[in-house]
Design a protein around this ligand. Structure first.
Ligand code: DGL
Length: 272
């Protein structure tokens, strides 16, 4: 039985961080991934272009019979969410922004904090995070910084080395991010440089307060996996087990042992 997949897209490799985390949460799910490497970086493109690309990719994923669409790109989620929802019709659409907004809201309830955001030009210019975060809690102060070199740098494989360290240091040293308590990595490419970002704060702030770097991909994947379960569109396990001689006790023990449904079938290979 072929079960439909979760369709995931990004401009390039960034969305793989989300896809991987979803697969960890929902190991039985099949994924179809589309990386629009022809048009990378999305963050530098116009809203019209990002909408056009997102529309085409969503149609492709719907044609592939996907049962859910994940916009695993902050730039596309910031400016083309509505377009994707329209094209997907009754297929549920998840983006990478709402789970983080929810997380921040839960964490701070009605208390104050300084939240820093780094992302592409498209994401930061849209002010999507800011609007959503402050609409839920006006005591939160949000400072956003465009970091356009980071996604192309990561896409080209430049991370964990001198060039990336210098660029990261330059961006994070910006005065807009001076007094932040939390940093949102508002680009799905950035988890790939999370260690470098942590190192920056650790070395700089040895004696001062630390900055929490939000573990966005796991928060996003958890949110999506809970929703997929609630919507009852989760894949059934398709583990197939054969025995040369069927016994009820094997069937029951296997189900007990794996704590999920298994399909057991007798297959006697030893008679012609
Ligand atoms: N990974 C994408 C994001 O989350 C886009 C990076 C880019 O193509 O500019 O924004």
């Amino acid at each position: 039985m072929k079960q439909s997949a979760i369709g995931i897209f990004d401009s390039g490799i960034g969305g793989l961080t989300v896809a991987h985390a979803i697969k960890q949460q929902l190991p039985n799910e099949n994924l179809i991934y589309f990386g629009d490497t022809q048009h990378l970086p999305y963050g530098e493109k116009s809203e019209t272009s990002i909408n056009l690309f997102s529309k085409k990719i969503t149609s492709f994923l719907i044609q592939k019979n996907c049962k859910a669409i994940v916009i695993a790109c902050n730039s596309a989620a910031s400016v083309a969410n509505e377009t994707v929802v329209q094209v997907a019709k009754n297929v549920p659409v998840f983006n990478v922004i709402d789970p983080i907004v929810n997380y921040i809201n839960e964490k701070y309830k009605n208390s104050a904090a300084n939240i820093g955001i780094i992302g592409t030009k498209a994401t930061i210019q849209s002010k999507n995070y800011e609007k959503k975060i402050t609409a839920l809690n006006s005591k939160l102060n949000v400072s956003s910084l465009q970091t356009p070199l980071l996604a192309p740098m990561i896409e080209e494989g430049f991370f964990n080395e001198n060039i990336s360290n210098t660029i990261i240091k330059k961006y994070l040293g910006d005065k807009k991010l001076k007094d932040i308590d939390e940093l949102i990595l508002a680009c799905t490419h950035y988890p790939l440089i999370k260690d470098e970002i942590s190192n920056y704060y650790q070395s700089k702030n040895a004696n001062k307060k630390t900055v929490d770097i939000i573990d966005s991909v796991n928060i996003i994947a958890k949110y999506i996996s809970e929703n997929i379960k609630n919507k009852n569109i989760k894949n059934k396990s398709e583990n197939k087990f054969y025995v040369s001689n069927y016994t009820k006790s094997f069937d029951e023990s296997a189900k007990l042992f794996f704590k999920e449904n298994i399909f057991l079938e007798e297959k006697n290979l030893f008679i012609d």
